[in-house]
Design a protein around this ligand. Structure first.
Ligand code: BTN
Length: 259
């Protein structure tokens, strides 16, 4: 079965309004943003087998080799309630993936702000981007990159962090397109409660290193040790420093190096 046919066979579970599949694209987020400009409806899906210019957070390169990963983007036309909870969208992407992994029997966690970890290694990342018309938010695109089989994990020397793929964690093959359908299904479920307290509860339930001490770096600052306290209702990370002061951060990175 071709990827196109396989994705088509799982449409019921995803309930997408429209979809496009490409063997190779630059970035599915770009395709989705362009499609949104041309009128793509809410919950339209762009999937690619491979990306040549995939990108991650902070302008980093995201590699998607053919046949071994998931790279896809969903178009959101946000309701006013959802706009008010815009800061939760990166976590929404992560929770959708975590939900699908749970269905496979894998316990994953949410590394603030936009990564999903399995056994302490990165298995997927989320990139939220927006399309504006003057000062009006036209559409939001949530892109997910997921390491499905071994070939999706770049060589260790090229990585800034430990990484893992789902098949290696499970020690058995995974149907990539069924997994896509399950992630999209999970995203839909969590989208339904995006504005509710239950969403924040879920973020905290799955949060990596909750109540643990980690190395944390804010932009332009030296790394420091902080204790992770939780995710706030507006998507910030709440931390405590070694001197006992507590604060909430909007940007920054938990350092998880290979070395
Ligand atoms: C990160 O870890 O920094 C986020 C990675 C997000 C990668 C996905 S792959 C599909 C979509 N298209 C892109 O160009 N990026 C996202």
């Amino acid at each position: 079965m071709t990827p196109f046919d396989a994705i088509g066979s799982y449409l019921d579970q995803m309930d997408v309004s429209a979809w496009r599949y490409f063997p190779v694209v630059g970035s599915t987020n770009d395709m989705a943003l362009n499609w949104a400009k041309q009128g793509a409806p809410d919950w339209a899906l762009v999937v690619a087998d491979a990306q040549t210019a995939g990108r991650g957070r902070a302008g980093r390169h995201w590699v998607t080799e053919p046949g071994c990963a998931l790279a896809f983007s969903l178009v959101f036309r946000l309701s006013p309630d959802e706009i008010a909870n815009y800061a939760r969208l990166a976590a929404l992407g992560g929770l959708g993936l975590i939900n699908a992994l749970e269905g496979l029997g894998l316990k994953a966690s949410l590394k603030w702000p936009n990564d999903v970890l399995l056994s302490g290694a990165k298995v997927g990342g989320v990139l939220v981007e927006s399309s504006w018309l003057a000062d009006q938010l036209e559409a939001v695109v949530i892109g997910l990159g997921v390491n499905v089989s071994f070939g999706s994990v770049p060589p260790t020397e090229k990585l800034r962090y430990p990484a893992i793929d789902i098949q290696s964690a499970l020690e058995r093959p995974v149907d990539r397109w069924l997994l896509l359908a399950q992630i999209v299904h999970g995203l839909r479920n969590y989208r339904n409660i995006l504005a509710e307290d239950a969403f924040v509860v879920a973020c905290n339930q799955y949060l990596s290193w909750r109540d643990e001490w980690v190395r944390f770096q804010m932009p332009g600052e030296q790394p420091q040790r902080v204790r992770i306290m939780g995710i706030t209702s507006d998507g910030r990370l709440s931390v405590e420093t070694q001197s006992g002061s507590k604060f909430e951060v909007l940007t920054g990175e938990i350092i998880m190096r290979n070395d």
